[in-house]
Design a protein. Structure first.
Length: 140
């Protein structure tokens, strides 16, 4: 979905792509250690793009309500519309897609295990209808 939005003229910022460029042969622990700094830089880049009138897509997991509130409020303070795109397929579908993804990974795409997804799923807080109402709609 992020690539589709990018094709409409938005700047897409994907932490995994930057991490791969920084440490293409790095261990997961090394990437995990760098991720917060990369995401901070990407957020700063997104805010600058928004100041210039360019749409920006943050293409990394914003899995908790607290995180979504932070980024929404910061972007709104800059005077821009904020659209939240939620992808929440059933876990069995995630596992099916993960097998296909891992079987044919292009360069720059990390291997993700089912255990990784299960760990991440523990942090996922699906947005409620009330939270979704705080975001703008995608009119494109």
């Amino acid at each position: 979905m992020a690539k589709q939005i990018e094709a409409r003229g938005a700047l897409r910022l994907t932490a995994d792509e930057w991490l791969w460029e920084i440490l293409p042969n790095g261990a997961r622990e090394e990437h995990d250690a760098l991720r917060p700094a990369v995401e901070r830089l990407q957020w700063q880049t997104a805010m600058r793009a928004l100041e210039l009138g360019i749409d920006a897509v943050i293409d990394w997991g914003i899995w908790t309500r607290e995180e979504r509130d932070f980024y929404r409020d910061a972007a709104r303070a800059a005077g821009v519309r904020v659209v939240l795109c939620v992808l929440d397929p059933p876990f069995q579908e995630v596992q099916r897609r993960l097998v296909l993804r891992n079987a044919d990974r292009p360069p720059g795409v990390f291997h993700i295990t089912t255990a990784d997804m299960e760990r991440g799923a523990r942090f996922w807080q699906p947005p409620t209808p009330e939270e979704l109402a705080l975001f703008d709609t995608d009119d494109a």
